[in-house]
Design a protein around this ligand. Structure first.
Ligand SMILES: C[S@@+](CC[C@H](N)C(=O)[O-])C[C@H]1O[C@@H](n2cnc3c(N)ncnc32)[C@H](O)[C@@H]1O
Length: 302
């Protein structure tokens, strides 16, 4: 009589994968192995916990195996599963877009702390996570998302459709503000999370970022500040009177970005920290005309 081999339980399959991921240098191997298994088996956290001691099924193992291989190659979990939660909603993520970061939620929170605006412009919209989150929270608002990457705009369009927001969003291929002057202008809120990593910092990034996220989403090269220069120079004709500009920044860029904005006539009214306490968002407005020649300047660090 032939002996039968017991099928491994899900817990065993996950534990073996976590060991492989640890061997590949993945920073949180147990967490990622569990997340990938949940995705492969189409289970939520509680659902997986309830069946951990049961045998894994062959289709689950196949799908999981491919996911673990990709993660060993340091593909981000969001690119493997094709999704990422941001501001409480699920966004599609592909290698064409930046994986929406939790720190970018600081910018969304800052926008929502102000009154709803009628028209929002998002420069470098990527997956659309910032713009679409704002439109979902402000049911009367309409928005325009600009990106230089046609592939990113495809992803933003898919996200707009899946969130039921296509009717209120326009997606435009373009180079920052160029070409928007004739778009009806007058945005009460302009938001941007531009690429801001300096050229010489790219080599130090985690492999998930350096080798898997689009370079155009990460760095403008040089000192990392070029996108701020371009945006500062271009937003004037697009901003409604009294409008706000909210931009994500790198943790050591507040002073430099403030100088760039000041040279374009914008005053930074707040530098907001992310949840780790690092400078993450600048809020700025154009100086009212009467104050143009004064040294008036306000900077709140919260
Ligand atoms: C850091 S990612 C931000 C994506 C998304 N807004 C987010 O917060 O996750 C920067 C985005 O700017 C876009 N971008 C880079 N250069 C650009 C340019 N010259 N004009 C417009 N968009 C640009 C990139 O394609 C990328 O989608």
């Amino acid at each position: 009589m032939r002996g039968t081999t017991r099928a491994p339980t899900r817990a065993e399959v996950i534990a073996r994968a976590a060991a492989r991921l640890a061997g590949a240098g993945v920073p949180e191997p147990e967490r990622d192995a569990r997340l990938l298994y949940r995705w492969a088996a189409n289970l939520d956290g509680a659902g997986l916990s309830a069946v951990l001691a049961d045998p894994a099924t062959a289709p689950e193992i196949d799908r999981f195996e491919r996911a673990v291989e990709a993660r060993e190659g340091r593909a981000p979990v969001s690119q493997i599963t094709g999704k990422r939660e941001f501001w409480g909603r699920c966004f599609r993520v592909t290698p064409a877009v930046l994986d929406p970061r939790p720190e970018t939620e600081t910018l969304v929170a800052a926008a929502l702390a102000g009154p709803p605006v009628g028209r929002v412009l998002d420069l470098g919209t990527g997956s659309g996570c910032i713009l679409l989150s704002l439109l979902a929270e402000w049911p009367e608002a309409r928005g325009v998302g600009v990106d230089i990457s046609a592939a990113a705009l495809e992803v933003a369009a898919q996200n707009a459709r899946s969130l039921g927001l296509s009717g209120r969003v326009g997606l435009v291929a373009g180079d920052w503000c160029a070409g928007l002057a004739g778009s009806g202008g007058q945005f009460g809120l302009i938001v941007s999370n531009p690429p801001y990593i300096a050229g010489d910092e790219l080599a130090g990034l985690a492999p998930e970022v350096r080798n898997h996220e689009p370079l155009v989403a990460l760095s403008p090269g040089g000192d990392g500040l070029d996108a701020y220069r371009r945006i500062a120079a271009g937003v004037g004709p697009l901003m409604a009177p009294g409008g706000r500009l909210l931009m994500e920044i790198g943790p050591r860029q507040a002073t430099a970005v403030e100088r760039i904005l000041a040279a374009a006539g914008l005053v930074v009214t707040a530098v907001l920290p992310d949840l780790d306490g690092r400078d993450r968002v600048v809020s700025a407005s154009f100086r009212p005309k009467s104050e143009k020649n004064t040294q008036f300047h306000e900077l709140f660090g919260l």
